[in-house]
Write a protein that binds this ligand. Sequence first.
Ligand SMILES: [Zn+2]
Length: 125
Amino acid sequence: MKYSKQRDVILNTVLSSYNHPTAEEIYEIVRKEIPNISLGTVYRNLNKLAEAGIIKKIQMSNGNFRFDRQEDTYNHFYCKQCDQIHDIPSSNFKDINTIIKDKIGYEIDIFDTMFVGICKNCQNK
Ligand SMILES: [Zn+2]
């Protein structure tokens, strides 16, 4: 991939975000550094970075996308109530490998799972 200053700023924005931002949220941050950038340019670059496997594109059940740092060690939990995505480290599921292997016979290297429900905060409201 050819170097581009715009893409570099977009990438750094994703890498320094811990809240799984949408393209619009990334656009708002990038705009502070590159005022004349368009939302379309941000979209295009996010897609290129995701296609190249440099960042992760997460498809939401409502058809929207969010972006994240590329980490195989996290799965995601989506809270229907507060519309937030939370990380669930894969270490919580290490037994799943054994269960799948024993019951179905598949060997798992990576999982990339979206759990949907109500988070702890919202349950306590
Ligand atoms: Zn919640």
